[in-house]
Ligand binder design. Structure first.
Ligand SMILES: Nc1nc2c(c(=O)[nH]1)N[C@H]1C(S)=C(S)[C@@H](COP(=O)(O)O)O[C@H]1N2
Ligand SMILES: [Mo]
Length: 334
């Protein structure tokens, strides 16, 4: 989602390079840069991929206890765990897809405090253990679609946001829900360095309408692939709204505020013509700089196996969520 960047064959190169074996990358660097016509940007990506992999990866999370309700066990091909936890967007730790896995180990996720405040009858505070014990955890297999036109299928673990908000008893004035990522520049280098953090304003903030927040698909997520979230995926708790572009899925949340007014959202603030408040996945509404009609599914394949597939309206969840937007012009409210 680098704003200066156009989605082009360069990105296909980048992603393919990312998933190659080191041996293949070396071969490519040796003979490929000149002969295969790799452009400067792709070369830089190759080099930073190495840089990222020289740092120790964050340890994976503790195994969780959870149920697997049949209704959420979608029969979809999963994206392998190493890609879900190794190919990330978390600009607080750098812009490269490999940077979060390499750098996010510095984030202290225990102790942690999440507060729910604003238009509620009972302000509440949860600590690290509450996030895993207060509400029953369940696994849900969801499609995940980044606005950059790649997609995954991920077995998340968490609990409905609606159940969490109910504990705080929202008042009738609550029309929106505002989320904030932790602000800790000493632990998140991108928050203090515009180059590392892509020039975004920090802390990262996001928001939903109250009916979107209360929708049963909207998941507060504490785990993935059977274990607690690793930091690069937004430990200890992040949002997943599967019918919206991935940037709505704010990571490492410390504050949830119920509000009367529509809250600011980081990518919308950064480039309002490119990233809207709604950010519903929609094959008919292109990003100003690239088509959203298709997406590259990140599966188990390597360089010769980048599968392009059609983008689905509301990311395949139209049956469940289209009614939320009845009467709304989806082109204007992108
Ligand atoms: N705080 C924060 N949350 C964030 C981001 C970020 O840079 N910072 N990136 C977003 C984007 S663009 C995507 S696609 C998803 C990626 O989630 P994943 O790395 O777990 O797949 O996280 C979202 N949440
Ligand atoms: Mo994204």
């Amino acid at each position: 989602m680098k704003m200066k960047k156009h989605l082009s064959e360069n990105d296909v190169t980048h992603e393919s390079v990312f998933f190659m074996q080191r041996r293949q990358v070396l071969k490519m660097l040796g003979i490929g840069v000149a002969t295969a016509g790799l452009q400067a940007k792709a070369q830089a990506d190759v080099l930073s991929w190495f840089k990222g992999n020289d740092r120790p990866a964050a340890p994976s999370g503790k195994p969780l206890t959870f149920t697997r309700p049949e209704a959420w066990q979608a029969k979809l091909t999963l994206t392998p765990e190493d890609k879900v936890t190794g190919y990330n967007n978390f600009y607080e730790f750098g812009l490269d897809k490999a940077d979060p896995a390499a750098n996010a180990g510095t984030l202290i996720t225990d102790p942690w405090t999440l507060t729910i405040s604003g238009e509620v009858a009972k302000k509440i505070t949860l600590d690290h253990d509450d996030l895993y014990k207060k509400l029953p955890l369940e696994e849900r297999i969801y499609r995940m679609r980044c606005v950059e036109a790649w997609s995954m299928v991920v077995p998340w673990i968490g609990f409905p946001l609606a159940k969490l908000l109910a504990l705080a008893e929202p008042t009738s004035n609550a029309k929106y829900v505002a989320f904030t990522t932790r602000y800790a520049p000493d632990q998140m280098p991108g928050q203090k360095d515009r180059f590392i953090g892509g020039g975004l304003a920090y802390p990262y903030v996001e928001g939903l309408r109250i009916d979107e927040a209360m929708h049963p698909l909207t998941l507060m997520t504490t785990g993935v692939y059977g274990k607690a979230l690793p930091p690069q995926n937004g430990a200890p708790v992040r949002l997943i709204v599967p019918w919206k572009y991935g940037f709505k899925g704010i990571k490492s949340i410390v504050s949830i505020r119920l509000t009367r007014e529509r809250p600011p959202c980081t990518w919308n603030l950064a480039a309002p013509d490119e990233y809207g408040f709604y950010a519903n996945v929609n094959p008919h509404v292109d990003h100003p700089r690239w088509s959203q009609a298709t997406e590259r599914f990140i599966g188990s394949g390597g360089i010769l196996d980048v599968k392009r597939q059609p983008t689905l309206l509301f990311n395949g969840y139209a049956d469940q969520v289209a009614s939320l937007y009845r009467g709304l012009n989806l082109r204007e409210n992108f």
